[in-house]
Design a protein around this ligand. Sequence first.
Ligand code: ADP
Ligand code: ADP
Length: 229
Amino acid sequence: GAELRFEGVEFGYDPRRPILKGVSFTVPAGKTVAIVGPSGAGKSTISRLLFRFYDVNAGRILIDGQNIRDVTQTSLRGAIGIVPQDTVLFNDTVFYNIAYGRAGASPAEVEQAARLAHIHEFVMGLPDGYQTMVGERGLKLSGGEKQRVAIARTILKNPAILLFDEATSALDTHTEREIQANLREVSRGRTTLVIAHRLSTVIDADEILVLDGGRVIERGRHAELLAAG
Ligand code: ADP
Ligand code: ADP
């Protein structure tokens, strides 16, 4: 994994209306940092800046010390594996969906990724295992099942940085908890940024930042933030 660092990042879609007002944090290599905060706090904006959909107005975003301004879009996209909230799966097999973008991945590699993402058992429970069809013409997967496939796909890319961008926000609380419990294993040893709406879903993060009004208003581990109220 790589180190991800935001240094005094300031940004506004309209530069006269700041959205992020000096955001600084570091995700050390192999660690997990979570950003939580109310709607409108600027969480999605952080994700968009990381992908350089927009450039910062001030400050820097660094991956292993390199300013992402100096990195090509292609290598940036290769470096960051995102699991978004609404994953669009292909109307094809589970195997194809997991291996997508990794042409030539062997069945053994795909199975290994599925084990890492803790979906191997789940896949084996499907009628045709990895050959089970996803989508309208095939088996309908639940929202939670789709997200597991999405997580496995992202893990197979073995990205330097994992970004869970409200990956479980659309799921019911029970399913969200289940997948979050798996994410601890999936993200172990990987540089991981989790963007979430609820503090209760990021219990295992090494550090949690509370973002509000474009500023980090609190940071700490889960228990510390609970104690602070
Ligand atoms: P969060 O993800 O925490 O809900 P966002 O990063 O989506 O917050 O939004 C932060 C602020 O930026 C909000 O005030 C929102 O209205 C504004 N905003 C988001 N996207 C745009 C955009 N494309 N153009 C202008 N303002 C935007
Ligand atoms: P791959 O390397 O497998 O082709 P990417 O990691 O570049 O795929 O992107 C995976 C999917 O996530 C693509 O459909 C891309 O459009 C989408 N995506 C990329 N960045 C974001 C983002 N910030 N928010 C939501 N979706 C994104």
